[in-house]
Design a protein around this ligand. Structure first.
Ligand code: NAD
Length: 397
């Protein structure tokens, strides 16, 4: 089939296998050139579990552990295999990761299924016992709109809404390139609680409990879960909104997990990462406009980073160093370039001025759309998008 992007609103419903492979190879090349950690020492990951391993920050984490430190990686994701449609981008990414890992002689195994379920946790535990022995790094990088409670079977759905009062703001409609005002109504108490249930720390704790009960945590095991804090412009829809409440729950979970990990001398931290285009973030109202402005400023400042650069710094400046970049709330920080006062002031100034007439001049909307399409393997140099190709890829997972 000839595979061209099918974009609807904030999602692209197909993906290009060769483009996704190129993205994965580009990230691997970056880590080979810039991200090397001491291999197989006390200060490097060896056996790594990545929950949410197929796209965005989780994929970058898996690549950094494997190709930066020679770690064995066990990944969990929830991706669509090819059918009469293309597979999801994360499926192609995972296939490409496995190809590269096999070529490099690196152990990799992926379990494709619902990470919130007990059945998938059990499969992971069995695989660790059989192949890895113990795990020394657990990356928790899930982004999901819903979660089925493993005990009650109840399905919880998250919402992206402000808390307390409605919030009216500029918003970019990326389908029509129109900037209009949107008013987001405040979440109900139930919606807040449901969002915490989906994106909060409960499932992270369940993963650690399961690993600990099965005695699969190595001495000095580390675990990290990802969050975003942002600044004034994004607080009403992120930091101080339903998703921010869920992310606050990660801080609670990190404290609880830290107590549990005392027995293995381990540690749990939330890591604060910068805003960038992923399948999860493009669904958040305001974010496409914020990111288009942010990219313009950060590129001008020479400080813009993608997932792989962020995660490479997380590993080298936070996780595997004696002097981690850590804040007073015990969170690893690699979002400092986005939050620099000067950067935020420039973003706010453009935000006030931007209209649909000057959008392309005042923002780097092109960088936003390029990054968005790239997530699905489109717009990549060297790929022939007119070529009739099979959506089926060889899978080693
Ligand atoms: P993403 O959408 O690119 O990745 C989500 C991953 O979760 C994928 O691997 C997907 O397969 C997996 N997944 C989703 N539901 C699953 C399920 N039920 N079972 C198994 N796997 C499942 O998202 P991302 O932006 O990389 O987000 C990862 C984390 O980073 C999130 O916690 C997010 O809040 C955080 N974060 C994102 C940004 C950003 O700007 N994108 C910034 C800071 C922090």
């Amino acid at each position: 089939m000839i595979i061209k992007p099918k974009v609807r609103g904030f999602i692209c419903t197909n993906a290009h296998p060769q483009g996704c492979k190129a993205n994965v190879e580009e990230q691997i090349a970056y880590i080979k050139a810039n991200g090397q950690l001491a291999k197989q020492t006390n200060n490097s990951p060896k056996n790594v579990l990545v929950v949410g391993c197929s796209t965005g920050y989780g994929l970058a984490s898996r690549i950094t552990a494997a190709f930066g430190a020679g770690a064995k990686t066990l990944g969990v994701c929830y991706e669509q295999p090819p059918s009469e449609k293309t597979a999801s981008a994360g499926y192609y990414n995972t296939s490409a990761f496995h190809d590269a890992a096999a070529e490099a002689g690196l152990y990799a195994y992926t379990i494709n299924g619902d990470a919130f379920s007990t059945a998938i946790k059990d499969q992971v535990l069995a695989k660790i016992k059989a192949d890895l022995g113990k795990i020394d790094l657990i990356i928790y990088s899930l982004a999901s709109p819903r979660r089925t409670d493993p005990v009650t079977g109840q399905v919880y759905t998250s919402v992206l809404k402000p808390i307390g009062a409605a919030h009216t703001s500029k918003n970019l409609n990326t389908d029509k390139l129109k900037i209009n005002e949107i008013t987001l109504l405040p979440a109900t108490e139930e919606e807040i609680a449901n969002t915490v249930k989906v994106m909060g720390g409960e499932d992270w704790e369940l993963w650690i409990d399961a690993l600990q009960e099965a005695d699969l945590l190595a001495e000095n095991a580390k675990t990290v879960a990802y969050t975003y804090l942002g600044d004034k412009l994004t607080w009403p829809i992120y930091g101080q909104a339903t998703i921010g409440k869920a992310k606050e729950d990660l801080d609670r979970a990190a404290k609880a997990i830290n107590l549990k990990l005392q027995s293995v001398n381990g540690s749990a931290n939330v890591a604060v990462l910068k805003a960038l285009v992923t399948q999860a973030s493009s669904a958040i109202p305001l974010m496409p406009l914020y990111l288009s402005i942010l990219f313009k400023i950060m590129k001008e400042e020479g400080t813009n980073e993608h997932c792989i650069e962020q995660i490479q710094r997380l590993f080298t400046e936070c996780l595997y160093t004696d002097e981690p970049r850590i804040d007073s709330a015990n969170r690893y920080r690699v979002d400092e370039k986005e939050l620099e006062a000067r950067v935020q002031a420039r973003v706010e100034a453009i935000w006030a001025e931007v209209t649909e007439e000057n959008l392309l001049e005042l923002t780097d909307y092109k960088a936003y759309t390029d990054d968005f399409l790239k997530l699905f393997g489109f717009g990549i140099d060297g790929i022939d998008y007119e070529e009739d190709i099979s959506p089926v890829v060889k899978t080693l997972f």
